[in-house]
Design a protein around this ligand. Structure first.
Ligand SMILES: [Ca+2]
Length: 112
């Protein structure tokens, strides 16, 4: 078997270009179980949640590279359930798992 000399091998790799790969992984938690005192509480909560929007914040970013030859990036972002759980935690001030109309009104008027 005949092997290519190292400079020829490196030349071939460099001529073929750098290999770039990237992926985005969505990390989503299970939704926090919650109940609402009445329809108004639920409506206020969901309207405020949707008004604030899904932010999909980046949790982490990993980059592996071998200069010029290989580069691989992995970006992990939060899924929409993380925003929901954060909203429940902010809204359900007494942590009883039930959002009252008063809690929902305070959450709706609170600055983000
Ligand atoms: Ca509560």
């Amino acid at each position: 078997m005949k092997y290519l000399p190292i400079p020829v091998f490196l030349g071939a790799v460099l001529a073929s270009g750098c290999i770039h790969t990237s992926e985005t992984v969505v990390h989503d938690d299970a939704r926090t179980p919650v109940e609402f005192e009445n329809d108004t509480a639920g409506r206020l909560f969901y309207e405020t949640l949707s008004r604030n929007g899904h932010r999909g914040r980046e949790e982490s970013s990993t980059e592996i590279s071998l200069p010029i030859v290989f580069e691989h990036k992995v970006k992990t972002v939060r899924g929409p359930n993380a925003d929901f759980n954060e909203a429940v935690a902010r809204c359900d001030t007494n942590r009883d798992g039930k959002i009252t109309e008063a809690e929902a009104r305070i959450y709706a008027g609170a600055p983000r």
